[in-house]
Write a protein that binds this ligand. Structure first.
Ligand SMILES: [Zn+2]
Length: 59
């Protein structure tokens, strides 16, 4: 088992530009599978991830 610990005193690092993630930007992606969001670094604009909420129509 891996423990999951909440940390508010640290900021995650961007894996691309290795700076602290102070601002994560996102843009909505619309398609037939519902609304998703693409998240990217506010410093280098490289993509960090995409949300995978299938059938999420109301957001
Ligand atoms: Zn970055």
């Amino acid at each position: 088992m891996i423990e999951c610990t909440k940390r508010d005193d640290l900021r995650p690092m961007c894996p691309h530009c290795s700076t602290e993630l102070r601002n994560v930007w996102y843009q909505p992606l619309s398609g037939i599978m519902g609304r998703r969001f693409i998240y990217f670094c506010g410093t280098c604009r490289k993509v960090l991830g995409i949300s995978h909420r299938k059938g999420f129509w109301m957001g």
